[in-house]
Design a protein around this ligand. Structure first.
Ligand code: GNR
Ligand code: NI
Length: 169
């Protein structure tokens, strides 16, 4: 297992569209272990392979609280459908350190995906699970939460992040 570096906005690799996984191999499972370790270390409630500069359609989510056992969910080649309703969450993103924003998304969604064993599963999600699935699925398509903001907020957050990034290199 290994920690991997999380890319920060405006890294252009965050804009790449990820490719489907052909087969869930041991190499993919090792990547998933690294993704989970990196997510827990950050800490975050989700992480997409895109955020590590890896162009594969994989994300992980764990919404368990600090005093609960871990509840790692692995999504490979996810397909979202049946988006309904709206909800607004104050979202964070590990690729935007310190840059929270209120984002409007579907209240409920259905997702089909493969798990770490290559088994297909289907899940209906609401609340934070629905938010996290939509947030991570966006990463696989090169879409960032900043894209969901109005132009003024987008410019303010974009400048804040670009400055922070320039100061750190
Ligand atoms: O850690 C995270 N918290 C979070 C909070 C509200 C909505 C979405 C998220 S996902 C984020 C981790 C991350 O950047 N995943 O891509
Ligand atoms: Ni994110």
């Amino acid at each position: 297992m290994a920690l991997r570096e999380i890319l920060h906005y405006p890294d252009p690799r965050l804009r790449e569209v990820a490719d489907p996984v052909d087969e869930v191999t041991d190499e993919i499972r090792t990547l998933i272990e690294d993704m989970a370790e990196t997510m827990y270390d950050a800490p975050g409630v989700g992480l997409a392979a895109t955020q590590l500069g890896i162009k594969k359609r994989i994300f992980v989510i764990d919404l368990a609280g600090d005093d609960e056992p871990s509840d790692l969910r692995v999504f490979i080649n996810p397909e979202l459908s049946d988006a309904a309703g709206t909800q607004t969450w104050d979202e964070g993103c590990l690729s935007f350190p310190g840059g929270n924003a209120e984002i409007k998304r579907a209240a409920t969604i259905r997702v089909r995906a493969l798990d770490a064993n290559g088994q297909a599963f289907e899940l209906e999600a609401d609340g934070l699970m629905a938010v996290a699935i939509q947030h991570e699925n966006d990463h696989l398509n090169g879409i960032l939460m900043i894209d969901k903001l109005n132009p003024l907020k987008k410019r303010l957050l974009g400048r804040k992040m670009s400055k922070a990034q320039a100061a750190s290199v």
